[in-house]
Design a protein around this ligand. Structure first.
Ligand code: PEP
Ligand code: CO
Length: 449
């Protein structure tokens, strides 16, 4: 594959340690799949990625707030119109709550249309004495616990590409075709309002928005300006064969863009400074993120910043911190202090999910809504005390009424988890919990602004 002299070698990662890559049985098969992927049309365009970079630059400057979210692991089965619509609807409702109640512009980024690969803490899984390879996401193998399903199959990468295309097409249609029109704020809530406290609270806010829109119309504003919203796609850039095959040189700028999504991030397990993931993402021009867990040192953060954003371009780099509710107030300040003193502008986002996972007595992996909220509160406290900008949240949620996280307005308890536990990986907030969170985050934002 060709490389560009401007960016250096887009294949340099191949000589570096690449963690969390599946073992493919047959090298010829994965090569053939990568060649096939390289012929596919782009899912996103360089100009869109640049636009998101500019938006994230506004976040780094303290002018707006990111709402990034979706499934922990998307599935091929879940790439259907209803599931995508429910997720988008929930994201739009959360964004409206944040925009209106916190009076801040919201950059909307789905963990959608490409989130099909998962890093795992153990390479195998044991059930009832049987040991099989761990599930690595639908892009790699199947969720069912059988030897056949757990075999790594490179053809799944092509299916991941096609499901991403279908999902992104739905997202584009929903967000540009009138469904996301602000005058539809009530419609997004229709199937929800009667049964849920969060839905009722939302309905009240939607009424206020209606009145505000009527007022603006009466003042001469053009209501068509509220017709669509900007929506961006993102996923963890984990499978480097896939990301490499979907990286193209943009004709206008001559720069490489990974056209599998607008925004790509490096996970907590693959952010080694001399590793393959950091090298590859340093060479593409998309806006990118890095997850930072509680063991990150201030020097680690600074080294990542130097390598991934040497030009200090605001909006190029986002740090997504995921410390855990108990640690954030101690672990975050040293990173922010050093990066602020010695680094360049960065957007700081809080992932209040991945530091707060535990196993319930029933064996379900779960999270407490109160821990999620407490980590966000800690994030706001730390940023406000240091004079930096709490730039957004990154969450795992679904638009369906699942029972995967405990707590929230509907008070899901540990004994309820089995009722609708449907995630292919980590536990997600359901629709009511997501809306509850949006109201609470808006309040935290307003109070600390
Ligand atoms: C994830 O986002 O699903 C994930 C695995 O996160 P992290 O890399 O922060 O552990
Ligand atoms: Co997850």
């Amino acid at each position: 594959m060709s490389t560009s002299s401007i960016t250096g070698d887009l294949d340099a990662w191949r000589a570096l340690p690449a963690l969390q890559q599946p073992d493919w049985d047959d090298p010829a098969e994965i090569r053939a799949v990568a060649a096939e992927l390289a012929k596919q049309p782009p899912l996103v365009f360089a100009g869109e990625c640049d636009q998101l970079r500019a938006r994230l630059g506004e976040v780094a400057r303290g002018e707006s707030f990111v709402l990034q979210g979706g499934d922990c692991a998307e599935t091929f089965e879940g790439s259907n119109a209803d599931a995508v619509k429910n997720k988008l609807k929930t994201l739009l409702q959360m964004a409206v709550v944040l925009t209106y109640a916190a009076s801040v512009p919201v950059v909307k980024i789905g963990r959608m249309a490409g989130q099909f690969a998962k890093p795992r803490s153990k390479p195998t899984e044991v059930r009832g004495g049987v040991e099989l390879p761990a599930y690595r996401g639908d892009a790699v193998n199947g969720f069912d616990f059988t030897a056949g399903s757990r075999r790594n199959d490179p053809h799944r990468l092509l299916q991941a590409y096609h499901c991403s295309a279908v999902t992104l097409n739905l997202c584009r249609a929903f967000t540009k075709g009138g469904y996301a029109d602000l005058r539809q704020v009530h419609a997004w809530n229709q199937d929800f309002v009667k049964t849920s406290p969060a839905g009722q609270r939302y309905e009240q806010l939607a009424g206020e928005i209606d009145r505000a829109l009527s007022f603006m119309k009466a003042c001469g504003a053009n209501p068509d300006e509220f017709h669509g919203v900007e929506f961006y796609s993102s996923h963890e850039a984990l499978l480097l064969e896939y990301e490499r095959a979907l990286t193209r040189i943009d004709h206008l700028s001559g720069q490489p863009y990974d056209v599998s999504a607008h925004f790509l991030w490096i996970g907590e397990r693959t952010r080694q400074i001399d590793g393959a993931h950091v090298d590859f993402l340093s060479r593409i021009r998309n806006p990118i993120g890095v997850k930072l867990g509680p063991t990150t040192t201030a020097d680690d953060a600074l080294a990542l910043m130097d390598k991934l954003n040497p030009e200090g371009d605001p909006g190029r780099l986002t740090f997504v911190t995921r410390m855990g509710a108990k640690k954030i107030r101690d672990a975050l300040p040293p990173l922010i202090e050093k990066v602020t003193q010695e680094g360049s502008p960065v957007a700081w986002i809080c992932d209040p999910m991945h530091g707060n996972t535990f196993e319930a007595p029933s064996g379900h992996k779960t999270r407490r809504f109160d821990d999620v909220l407490d980590e966000v509160a800690g994030f706001f406290e730390v940023h406000r005390s240091l004079g930096t900008h709490p730039g957004g949240i990154h969450i795992e949620f679904t638009g369906d009424d699942v029972t995967e996280c405990v707590g929230g307005g509907h008070e899901i308890v540990e004994g309820d988890l089995h009722q609708r536990y449907e995630t292919a990986c980590d536990p997600r907030l359901n629709r009511g919990q997501s809306l509850d969170l949006a109201f609470m985050v808006a309040e935290l934002y307003r109070k600390s602004a």
